[in-house]
Structure formats: C-alpha cells, structure tokens
Design a protein around this ligand. Structure first.
Ligand code: AHR
Length: 513
C-alpha cells in the first residue's frame, strides 16, 4: 500500500489524540441557539417538609424569618438566581383548591394531603405567600393548576385573581386580601401527570380536557400566558404523540417527567449507602434521558417542525428510599456526590437540546427527593446538587456551542461502556466560553485536550470543581462543607487548546476568554 500525505497526517493526528484520554472540540464560532435560563428551574410542592419547615415557618417562628420565609433559605436561593419555581405540585396540585389558601390565615379551611403522608394541610401557605416569595427571591412563578379534581371556573378565576388589573371580581378580592397590583404570572400548567395522580386519564380524553380548560385561561393586559400541557412520563411516547396531534399549537409547552428511579415497587436503593453497581445504574439512567428526549423531540418535530411548542421537563432528578426513620410519604432523602453527577450530566444534556427544551425543574427545591437544600428545624445545609446549580449558572441564557467529545476510557456496566466524560459548552454575554464537565470515573483522572475552534485568541482559563473523597460523600448539619464548590486552577491554554486533567469523580467548570 502506498502512503499518501493525507494518510500520514491522519496517522499523526491519531497519535496526537491517543496521547490524551479524551478530546473535546468546541466550535466556538458556531453558536446559534440560546440556552433558556428556565432549564435551571426548580419545583416546590406541598409535600413533606418542602413548603412547611423548608421555605415557610410562619412570621411567629423562632427560626429567623422575613414575613414567615426562613432567612437562610431565602439567601441561599437568591444566590442561585433561580429562573422559575413551580408550585403547588405535583400530585398535590390536582387536589388543591386555591381559594382555600387566600384571606386571613386563621380562617383558611383545612384539608388532608392524601398524596403525601395523609397529613393535615392548613393552607397557611397559599397564593399570596407563594407569589410574594417568588418576588423576594427574584424568580418567575409557574403555577400548576388543578384539572383532576378542579373545575374550569376555578382555574379561570385563579388566573383572573393573580393577573387581572381591572375592576373585576377576582382582582377586587385580591385587593381585599392586601395585594393591589397583579403578579402577572406567565407560566401555568394545565394539570399534572393527568395520566396518573392527576386523574388517570387517557391521552385522548386529557387532550380534550386541556382544550376546554385552557380556553378559559385568559390573558390580562399585556401579560401573555404560557400554557403548559401535562405531558408524558419517561417512555410514554404515545402520550406525546396524541397531545401533539390533538392539542397542537393550543399549548405553548408540553411537559415531560423523568426520574432516575430503579423501579416504582420495592426498594429504590439507599441515597447514601450504595455499591459500584448501584452507582453505575443511576449514572446510566441519568444518561438514559438523552434517547428518551430524542424520541419525544422527534415526535414533536414531526407534528411541529416550526418548533412552536416547547418541551418542558418540569420534574426530573434522583429518587431513592427515604432517609431511615423519616415519614415514607415525605420523600426526604440525602444527597451525595452521585446526585451532583446526575445533576451535571442531566443539565449538560438539556443544554444540548436547547432548541426544543425551554424549561426544566429539578424535583424538589427543599427537603424532598433531589433537594438542593436540606433543613432540620433551625439548621440548614446546601447539598452537592446545590453546588452544581451554583456552578452551572453561567449557562443560563448563554449561547450553546456545538461540541464533539471522544474518549478512550469507558466504564463497564451491564455489558456496555458508559462514556467517562460528559460535557457541555456555551458562550455567555460576558464573552467567556463555559465548559462544564463530569468525570464519572470513581478513580481515574482524565487527561483532556480541548480545542476551542474558531475562538478569538484565548488568553486565560479559570475553573471551579466539586469533588470529594468518596462517591457517597454528603453534607450533614454537623459537617456542611464535605462537598462544596472550590476554585480549580489546573487548566492551561496555549494556541486555543486547553490541556487539563479532570480529577476522578468530579464536576468541573472551565471558563476561557
Ligand atoms: O415529585 C414528586 C411527585 O412525583 C410529584 O408530585 C408527581 O408529579 C410525580 O409523580
């Protein structure tokens, strides 16, 4: 065989690549799509100690608070620049009657929270408390409304109550309750999990219900509602198909729920005590969201090539057994470095589909499932997942940069190799190129070469890292800083090529300019 010049160059190129464990090529001049900041959204439900004890302690509490909201949680959330917050559920939303949660607190009726532990809900945290909280932390509210056990009238009136500026019955009622100006809520969810806890409906029936309910949710003034239909869970592609066919452009967003849960029956595994197989199961499942997204998106593309309907992954995250000794209905679980990896990988994947995914909400914000904050009476701790959101803030509203990653290292699990390094890149308004990376390998550092193709002359690169001694390291009320966000200065850049070793079991952010 005769060697020509191209073959020789290719051979030399391969040699250059093989000197590294992984190579990332970022097309810095090809960014088109903006990563919606709403992908970094959160979810708060009347579930366990999420609202009561987690966000709200009431104005008479000994726990330091501002108008009933705990100060430590307020500050932690302000720091995260949360773009939106979904409320009041979840399954709770389809049993919630908003009128029970307005007016003097002592007069509000009580109900039983049948979905979550059968506890008495006193409705002391209602519409005003939630929407004022959103204003305090500077986030956009997302109201998830009752289709399962509510009525068209009830939903229409709720929209009028929060958004009408005129001389209308609901606006006047709001004024009587102490709020002059409307809140101008944009995001409303028409039902939640309507195939399950939201009414056990068939998709054809829900599609008709959606059309009817949504008709009466009116725009007030300049505020245009963004109506979100209750979407599928995981692999229920037929739900997406039927809703796209039958609702089409009548919805602005279609939701999707995806948890890395092992199964709905039996043990879901411990949040803190897991072996290598369990670790890799969760990591594989978090990566498994990508083919699921692709399939839902391809159905949406078929019915809506213009991309008028956005995909909103308004529940996602890990779901393990509850912390031993806690109420099984409260879904309280600890949060380890493994959870940080799930968050990092999932957010990297959402960024990649920024042309269709416009919102996502991790479940849930405080004390429930993959919480970013845990509280115990007056104590509070930030979880490893909190630090991922803190680190990834730079991607909010940044321009997605297309990238290709190749790696010579895989982790063997279940007969296949899991890619050891997961990445996403964006360019933010301040001119920085942001590269978020997750090295899932428990003990191998990864030598990475990252080419910033088409970038202006890059002079410096800084970084941050989240790592710990063990995969199950977590923060406790007594040791709140076992996993934190630290500076990382190991990356070097020359001729627009970054060379860096990404430590085993870490999430890293590089910022280059
Ligand atoms: O996040 C907990 C629950 O999970 C939500 O209430 C429900 O929508 C989902 O099944």
């Amino acid at each position: 065989m005769k060697l020509n010049l191209t073959m020789i160059l290719l051979f030399l190129g391969c040699l250059a690549v093989s000197a590294q464990d992984a190579q990332l090529i970022i097309h810095a001049d090809q960014g088109k799509e903006q990563i919606s900041k709403h992908i970094y959204g959160h979810f708060s439900e009347h579930l366990g100690r999420c609202i009561y004890g987690g966000i709200w302690v009431g104005p008479d509490s000994d726990i330091p608070n501002t108008d009933g909201y705990r100060n430590d949680v307020l500050e932690a959330l302000k720091n995260l620049q949360i773009p939106n917050l979904r409320w009041p559920g979840g399954c709770f939303a389809d049993e919630y009657h908003w009128m029970d949660g307005i007016g003097p607190r002592e007069d509000r009726p009580r109900m039983v929270n049948t979905n979550w532990g059968g506890v008495v809900e006193d409705n002391s945290f209602g519409t005003h408390e939630f929407l004022n909280f959103c204003e305090l932390i500077g986030t956009e509210p997302y109201l998830s409304m009752n289709v399962g056990s509510g009525s068209v009238e009830e939903m229409a009136k709720w929209v009028e109550y929060v958004n009408s500026d005129g001389d209308s019955p609901m606006a006047n009622l709001r004024r009587e309750n102490g709020r002059e100006e409307p809140w101008n809520v944009k995001f409303i969810g028409v039902g939640n999990e309507s195939w399950g806890c939201g009414g056990s409906m068939r998709p054809e029936y829900y599609a008709d219900q959606y059309r009817q309910y949504a008709t009466y949710c009116r725009d007030y003034g300049d505020n245009k509602l963004f109506k979100i239909a209750s979407g599928a869970s995981d692999y229920d592609f037929n739900w997406t198909k039927v809703l796209m066919e039958r609702i089409g452009n009548r919805m602005h967003g279609l939701s999707l729920h995806y948890y890395t849960v092992k199964g709905w029956r039996g043990s879901k595994g411990s949040a803190t005590d897991f072996d290598r197989d369990e670790y890799l199961f969760t990591i594989k499942k978090s990566m498994g969201i990508e083919p699921v997204l692709k399939k839902h998106i391809s159905l949406m593309d078929y019915y809506d090539p213009e991309k008028n309907v956005d995909l909103m992954v308004d529940e996602w995250g890990t779901w393990f057994d509850v912390e031993p000794g806690t109420n099984p209905g409260f879904l309280y679980q600890q949060n380890t470095l493994r959870d940080a990896f799930v968050a990092g990988i999932t957010l990297n994947i959402f960024n990649k589909y920024a042309d269709r995914i416009k919102m996502a909400n991790i479940a849930q914000i405080v004390n429930v499932l993959q919480a970013i904050i845990l509280t115990d009476e007056e104590k509070m701790v930030l979880t490893p997942t909190y630090h991922v959101f803190e680190m990834y803030k730079v991607h909010q509203d940044a321009i997605l940069l297309p990238s290709d990653i190749t790696s010579s290292v895989d982790l063997e699990y279940d007969g296949e190799g899991l890619p050891v390094l997961n990445a996403s890149s964006s360019k933010s308004e301040d001119g920085f190129i942001n590269i978020s990376l997750v090295n899932i390998h428990p003990d191998k550092d990864i030598e990475l070469e990252c080419s910033l193709r088409g970038a202006d002359d890059v002079k410096s690169v800084t970084g941050q890292i989240i790592t710990a001694s063990d995969l199950n390291t977590h923060n406790t009320f007594d040791a709140p800083e076992n996993v934190t966000l630290e500076a990382f200065d190991k990356a070097k850049v020359k001729n627009n090529v970054i060379k860096v070793t990404i430590p085993a079991k870490s999430v890293v952010l590089l910022r280059a300019k």
